[in-house]
Design a protein around this ligand. Structure first.
Ligand code: XMP
Length: 327
């Protein structure tokens, strides 16, 4: 088992060559640690768990069992990409669980942001634990813990268990192959492992997903408006060359309606808020001011292509006083 302290002598992984050396070293260590036993991994499709999955697929192939839980709050195309990359291309042993109805039924009518987060976190563990119990002979649990998680957990800021606390009957040994790496190093390793750019360089995405961008009680139609407008925003940011440059960008559809007009008829629909920010440490955040033509394209596309939206607003508030997310 690796220690939890990054040695002073450890070189920062900044090049493909250094990433290759790290990968070779880890493959050897993982095979030694795991032997012929089975490993379970909650694969969200985020950078950290994806890199851990790719490493383990290389090291132990089908001894790895990945579980991808779709809580219904993922972005457009995300579950499909996880299945395409890991099951179809990398031939991983991947269990896909579409738990959308379970999550949305539990969240129906729940308006309190903390309560929403709790429900999502608790149910995620529940669904994952159910899948884990169906499997036999699992010895290890792999996690995409990275070095900042360890530092924060040591400083008492947050618990670093990515899968939260699993129930006691699921007593696995941990496998954490990227736990001494910083985020930028994880990306270099991911690239060297052949993961697609939009997975390796993707923007941060909160665990409760689009749920925090559908403020108040989540309804399926408003959630769909968040998902569709977010997909348009990402597409237009990519076209404008902003995709790898802006730290985080997304849409929010708040729970109020305003009057509009379409085809000569009155409408009463939601607004869609665009938020694009830059930051170094997420403690302080500055808005990204968008080019006028991009705003015009977004207004036109979102109001014509997304059902239930008749108005587009841009949020240029820094943090503080506003947080990044709306809940
Ligand atoms: P706030 O809204 O606190 O967001 O200014 C700062 C950064 O954290 C992300 N965020 C979360 N990430 N689980 C996560 O994994 C969460 O519950 C959560 N809430 C916010 C947010 O997207 C932003 O990058």
């Amino acid at each position: 088992m690796q220690e939890d302290v990054r040695p002073e002598s450890m070189e920062r992984i900044t090049t493909p060559e250094l990433a290759e050396a790290f990968i070779e070293e880890q493959l050897k260590a993982l095979r030694e640690q795991i032997g012929d036993k089975k490993v379970l991994l909650a694969l969200s499709g985020g950078v950290d768990s994806s890199v851990v999955a790719a490493l383990l697929i290389k090291a132990i192939g089908k001894q790895l069992v990945c579980v991808h839980v779709n809580h219904g709050l993922l972005r457009k195309g995300e579950p499909e990409q996880v299945i395409q990359v890991f099951r179809n291309e990398m031939q991983a042993n991947l269990i896909y669980v579409d738990a959308t109805d379970r999550f949305l039924d539990l969240l129906a009518g729940v308006t309190d942001p903390e309560q929403k987060r709790k429900i999502i976190g608790k149910e995620f563990i529940e669904v994952f634990a159910e899948e884990a119990r169906k499997l036999e002979d699992i010895r290890f649990l792999a996690q995409g813990t990275i070095y900042p998680d360890i530092l924060e957990s040591k400083a008492g800021i947050k618990a670093h268990h990515n899968v939260g606390g699993l129930p006691e009957d699921l007593d696995f040994e941990l496998v954490e192959p990227v736990k001494l790496l910083y985020k930028d190093e994880v990306r270099v390793v991911g690239k060297a492992l052949g993961l697609p750019d939009n997975m390796v360089y993707r923007q941060p995405f909160p665990g409760p997903g689009l749920g925090v961008r559908c403020p108040g009680a989540i309804t399926r139609d408003r959630l769909e408006a968040v998902r569709e407008s977010d997909a348009i925003l990402r597409e237009e940011f990519a076209k404008a060359g902003l995709a790898g440059k802006v730290w985080q960008y997304f849409t929010v559809v708040p729970d109020f309606k305003s009057t509009g007009i379409k085809d000569g008829k009155r409408t009463f629909d939601w607004p869609c808020i665009i938020r694009a920010i830059n930051t170094i440490d997420v403690v302080e955040v500055t808005p990204e001011y968008l080019p006028q033509d991009l705003i015009e394209t977004l207004v036109r596309r979102i109001t014509t292509e997304v059902s239930g939206i008749n108005r587009v607003l841009v949020d240029y508030t820094p943090k503080p006083p506003a947080t990044v997310e709306y809940e």
